[in-house]
Design a protein. Structure first.
Ligand SMILES: *Cc1c(COP(=O)(O)O)cnc(C)c1O
Length: 376
């Protein structure tokens, strides 16, 4: 390594701000000057614009992606006495959201090629639920790393068993499956707007979308104390609102989301090419899937050594995620697992490694990563 070596961060949310600083500053100042800071014109406009971009009738903004999931479950009447199926290879938020409602999480394994929910095990669990659990009322497949799950068999099984399907799209804004946008196929879709996500606020934020207008209305009430009209709680609610400054910023960033996803795909293609002659396989794409590369993830058995080697060459990496949810201290020994026992999940957690990935990576930075990869 010499003085001119480029240092490439794995993620850089500040770069997303600097790339559109003037527009973002103007939007934030507009919100500040408006004198209205919570659930106002910016939030309403963002919801309309996001619903239109997503191709759904309604979008409801809220405080973060975890809340988007919990609010959606609550809006569907899911809580204590219900089981909700998801995966253990995900942000802990997916499981935390289920527990926030009082429902019981049941965790199934992943498909080792795409790291997303194993559709066969999901179907088996719906047909023959593990004993001792409350009835399964919903499933939350996660479109992990920017790639769609094998959603069609899951949708068919949910329909057959009268189970709700909530897509966790927190890593997959804009991803597609055989031409359909993720988040348009289930009963509702939840998106984190955390700064590093494909659509990121400059603070916390979340949004959910649905074509079910009654559900959107119920969730809109739950996010603000259960109010249908001001100061009168019609039902029991919480406080989980998206503020006006973040909404104004998100309206700017939404305009660049498709271009940002295209840039991520171009970076991924460059990494693919650089890896072609090495013993490391590029991420496997599901047939028909439009992957938006929230993360570019390799499977590396000797992970620690490779991460150190890349770091020495100025390339930062990260692990998403180092421990399955069911093996983390808070969940160990008390979380129900599907019949596969999440064996592939445990293997993935030990092997996954994420290369630098965000749209503002410069060509020089991408070129540097590629040079280093070619030398492996
Ligand atoms: C980021 C993320 C969440 C949680 O979002 P927050 O905004 O941090 O609450 C949920 N699910 C997945 C898959 C995520 O990546």
């Amino acid at each position: 390594m010499n003085a001119t070596t480029i240092t490439v961060p794995q993620a850089d949310p500040g770069a997303g701000y600097r790339a559109h600083k003037e527009e973002i500053d103007a939007a934030a100042l507009r919100a500040l000057g408006s004198g209205w800071y919570i659930l106002g014109k910016e939030g309403e406009a963002f919801e309309k614009e996001y619903a239109a971009w997503q191709g759904q009738k309604r979008a409801v903004g809220c405080a973060n992606g975890t809340d988007a999931l919990a609010l959606t479950l609550r809006g569907m009447g899911i809580g204590p006495g219900c089981t909700v199926v998801t995966v253990s290879h995900t942000a802990v938020a997916t499981v935390a959201a289920i527990e926030m409602t009082g429902a019981t999480p049941l965790l199934v394994d992943i498909d080792p090629d795409t790291f997303t929910m194993d559709a066969d095990e999901l179907v088996a669990v719906l047909e023959d639920p593990p004993p001792g659990l409350p009835p399964i009322r919903a499933i939350i497949p996660v479109h992990l790393y920017g790639q769609a799950c094998d959603l069609d068999p899951m949708l068919a099984a949910c329909k057959a068993h009268g189970v709700m399907l909530i897509e966790d799209c927190s890593q997959a804004h804009g991803a597609t499956l055989t031409g359909r946008k993720v988040g348009t196929m289930g009963d509702a879709a939840c998106f984190s707007l955390y700064p590093t996500k494909n659509l990121g606020a400059l603070g916390d934020g979340g949004v959910l979308t649905t074509d079910d207008e009654a559900l959107a209305d119920r969730i809109g009430a739950i996010r603000q104390y259960g109010w249908k009209e001001r100061y009168i709680s019609d039902g029991v609610g919480v406080n989980s609102r998206l503020d006006e400054i973040q909404a104004a910023i998100l309206r700017v960033k939404l305009n660049y989301l498709d271009a940002g996803n295209a840039r991520r795909q171009a970076i991924a293609a460059a990494y693919d090419e650089a890896l072609a002659g090495t013993r490391y396989a590029a991420p496997i794409r599901r047939e028909g899937s439009g992957h938006v590369f929230h993360q570019y993830v390799l499977r590396v058995p000797e992970r620690a050594a490779l991460m150190a080697r890349l770091r020495a060459e100025g390339v930062a990496t990260a692990i998403h995620y180092p421990s399955p949810v069911h093996l983390q201290p808070a969940y160990r020994g008390r979380t129900a697992l599907g019949p596969a026992g999440c064996a592939e999940t445990a293997r993935a957690a030990a092997e996954v490694m994420s290369l630098p990935m965000f749209p503002e990576l410069t060509d020089a930075q991408v070129g540097h990563v590629c040079t280093v990869l070619r030398g492996l």
